[in-house]
Design a protein around this ligand. Structure first.
Ligand SMILES: [Ca+2]
Ligand SMILES: [Ca+2]
Ligand SMILES: [Ca+2]
Length: 211
């Protein structure tokens, strides 16, 4: 049984190498904010910004120069998941890229500005610290022009940046609009684990004695 497993793994590895497959993260799509399980969750609701002005970077989030705080009354028929404002990408056809100061394992947001008569997917793509793609998820926009849908994911590899984008050319010139940007941080080692690492010379002899 064991030799069969080893053989299968070897065959799989050889097949992957032959096909040039890059090892990507395991990505799980999240259906809403309630799916987040991280111990530390940070949410930006964009309510402290001024509509029509660039958002202020926060301790966790760095925004692009082409991002602006946007009024829901202008961009999403006055419907968004919090308050009266969200974040809009100024350049149509461009993704909304957000950098994370502390790496995360979960990311998501409400999206909208999905005007009538257009049928397209919203996409969320995530990247590691070296800007390698870790994977993506997509959601079909309901095209009611409300920011009333969620897109999010969980990765088993730390995420350093995320890009929200609309499928082109189907989305034509629609600007990406997001609200309630939510991330779940990579858990820090527990105090007990840190103490054990710091005192490894003490921990391991103790384990041997116990065994
Ligand atoms: Ca709109
Ligand atoms: Ca808001
Ligand atoms: Ca919508």
């Amino acid at each position: 049984m064991k030799s069969t497993t080893v053989f299968s793994s070897a065959v799989l590895l050889a097949a992957c190498c032959a096909a040039g497959v890059t090892q990507a993260a395991a990505i799980t799509q999240l259906s809403g904010p309630g799916d987040f399980v991280a111990g530390t969750i940070i949410v930006e609701d964009f309510e402290s910004g001024t509509a029509g002005s660039p958002p202020a970077d926060t301790a966790q989030f760095t925004f692009e120069a082409t991002a602006e705080v946007a009024s829901a009354s202008t961009w999403t028929s006055n419907v968004t998941s919090s308050g009266t404002r969200g974040l809009r990408e100024l350049i149509a056809n461009e993704p909304m890229v957000i950098l994370f100061t502390t790496p995360v394992l979960e990311v998501g947001a409400t999206f909208g500005n999905d005007d009538f008569n257009l049928s397209f997917d919203a996409m969320l793509k995530v990247y590691d610290a070296a800007n390698n793609s870790l994977g993506s998820v997509q959601v079909a926009a309901n095209s009611n022009d409300y920011a009333d849908q969620f897109i999010g994911l969980r990765s088993d590899v730390p995420i350093s940046s995320a890009a929200f984008t609309y499928e082109r050319p189907a989305a034509e010139q629609l600007s990406v609009f997001i609200d309630d940007l939510r991330v779940g941080l990579v858990p820090e080692p527990s105090a007990a684990a840190l103490a054990c690492i710091a005192a490894a010379g003490l921990c391991f002899p103790a384990r041997r004695r116990a065994g």
